[in-house]
Design a protein around this ligand. Sequence first.
Ligand code: F3S
Length: 404
Amino acid sequence: MYLTQEEESILEGEHGPTLKKAMEILSTLGDIYGADSLIPVKSAQIAGVSYKTIGDAGLEWISDLEGTVVVPSILNPAGMDLERWQEMGVDAKFASKQVQIVEAYKRLGVRCECTCTPYYIDKELAAFGDHLAWSESSAISYANSVIGARTNREGGPSALSAALIGKTANYGYHLDENRVPTIGFEVDCKLTGADYGALGCLAGAQAGSGVPMFRVRSKQYDTELKALCAAMAASGAVALYHVEGVTPESGQQEFPEETIIIERGQIDDVFDEGCGKECGNGYGEGYKNGCGNEPDLVALGCPHYSASELEEAARLLEDHTPAKEVWICTSRRVRDANPDLVRRIEDSGAKVFVDTCMVVSPATDRFGCVLTDSGKAFKYVPNLCGVRARIAHINECLAGEDSD
Ligand code: F3S
């Protein structure tokens, strides 16, 4: 990969060991993937924040770095609500390590905003055509597909390197030729809400790391496109998709010849999967806890809820006590901008947690089965928390007793 004189001097270590390390990571990736050069990035979103996922080795790596990021940079969710971690059931030792990780990122100039929905908190972070270095898989797909920005599936270290250098290697989804759809999906039924998470579970598994293009009968809300991003990134490795007539680059693309039809029955089957029918009350291989045959935690907000989703939850919880413990995850910024919605939700007994989520927090691990409206959480909670999961529409998730 071609490097400018200044980039060469960074690689030689003339600007200090941290930038040398960052340039080594970027140039190695560029060489592996055949990039021609480095290109400037508008922003970085850095994964590798939860102590649950990076442990002491990750904390040590970040703590050893010096210098300051040169583009706006924010963090992925941490392992706990940074203020209300005790209410989540996180222990003090974990909390102390988690705070050290966030402080280490702050020393590098990274904004202490821990969210997988950066596009809800700052429109300046990504616009159509911008090159980015983002590393949370649903955010990557949203940036590429819904915004029309351009980012590869960065790892935490490569996103942080891009934040420190202000550039990334020019390969993959930064190039037009890799944004062409490779597989078509015709959805033969109307979809709403969590149906998009279920669709993502099906389509992601078929598409793998390809670029799906959808023909869908119903019009999608932004939050439904977000749910589709997240589920396809979890059941496959989809980083970009198009929806005919909806997403910003779809007009430049041909609908692929290889097309799969998705029918209502297949979507319904996803909702019937999970622990409900077959698992009984057993512990089962790979699962930590018995589930009592019923979900014991409702976890919403994967990806982090928008204001409109908080509003829907508040409406469903009006005069109503949910039957189970309920966590709703969102970003600190969205929570703080909507105090009335948060109050209405919490008056019901549900909790609105920020900075974290049900997948990257160790607090989920004590439950037996998680009920969620997210295709991504449905796929990841069993694998990353060792806890069973089911997916349902939000009204079923929040069902409970009327309180009068
Ligand atoms: Fe976000 Fe956590 Fe889901 S990072 S996309 S809420 S798994």
